[in-house]
Design a protein around this ligand. Structure first.
Ligand code: ADP
Ligand code: NI
Length: 210
């Protein structure tokens, strides 16, 4: 398994090093490290967690042309690694269930999947999460804030559907909801701090905006 992890790290890094959408190698590196730490504390299988974390964004259609193509490539990669029985299927199950898109909020069925999903979500929070959000909004030509839409946590879905999207908007759409979606206790603890920091950030942001 050690060899498989070394090889996979190199393979993923080579593909994502020049990615510009926030699905970059640094995101993978942070998620993998945090997932490994949480796995240790929660008692999850460390090898499965590491491999799934490394591979989790390679089937995203923002990174590859299609999810099917990405999945085929990852499957092919895993097949030649000669992993223990069941490992390939487990890793594939994790990375396909994990995606937050398409309205599939299917719960992760294994502890390893829960840990990787938590680590990915934690990277959307805190200082890094704030930075990624503004980077993403900038890349889509969205403003950092639209004062015409006084977005607040208690806004209904209907209300914000009519608002123009902005970086600040994304906090209410997704980021501030992630804390309560954490699977493991360790991730809940880690989310708490990052969440509080984002609330502080927003408060100061509105103050400075005037
Ligand atoms: P991941 O699954 O790795 O979290 P996403 O594709 O969901 O990746 O998002 C990448 C980054 O961009 C995250 O930090 C996310 O919060 C941010 N992001 C996603 N959608 C938006 C949006 N509409 N506006 C601003 N930031 C966004
Ligand atoms: Ni990710």
């Amino acid at each position: 398994m050690k060899d498989a992890i070394t090889k996979t790290t190199k393979w993923v890094k080579a593909q994502l090093e020049n990615e510009g959408t926030g699905h970059d190698w640094d995101h993978i590196r942070r998620v993998t490290r945090q997932a490994e730490e949480i796995a240790e504390i929660e008692g999850a299988d460390r090898h499965i967690v590491t491999l799934a974390a490394l591979l989790h964004d390679l089937i995203d259609d923002k990174v590859v042309t299609s999810e099917e193509e990405g999945l085929a490539r990852v499957n092919e990669w895993l097949a030649q690694l000669a992993l223990p029985a069941g490992a390939q299927a487990h890793i594939i199950e994790i990375i396909t269930t994990m995606s937050f898109k398409g309205g599939n909020n299917k719960p992760m069925s294994t502890l390893e999947g829960q840990v990787v999903q938590d680590a990915d979500r934690l990277d959307a929070l805190g200082a890094i999460g704030i930075a990624r959000t503004f980077l993403y909004a900038g890349s889509k030509g969205q403003p950092m804030y639209d004062p015409a839409v006084r977005v607040r946590e208690n806004m209904t879905a209907e209300q914000y559907r009519h608002g123009k999207s902005s970086a600040v908007h994304h906090f209410y759409e997704k980021l501030l909801k992630l804390k309560s979606l954490m699977n493991t206790n360790e991730a809940k603890r880690r989310a708490e701090r990052r969440h509080a920091f984002m609330e502080q950030f927003l408060e100061q942001f509105y103050q400075e905006w005037g």
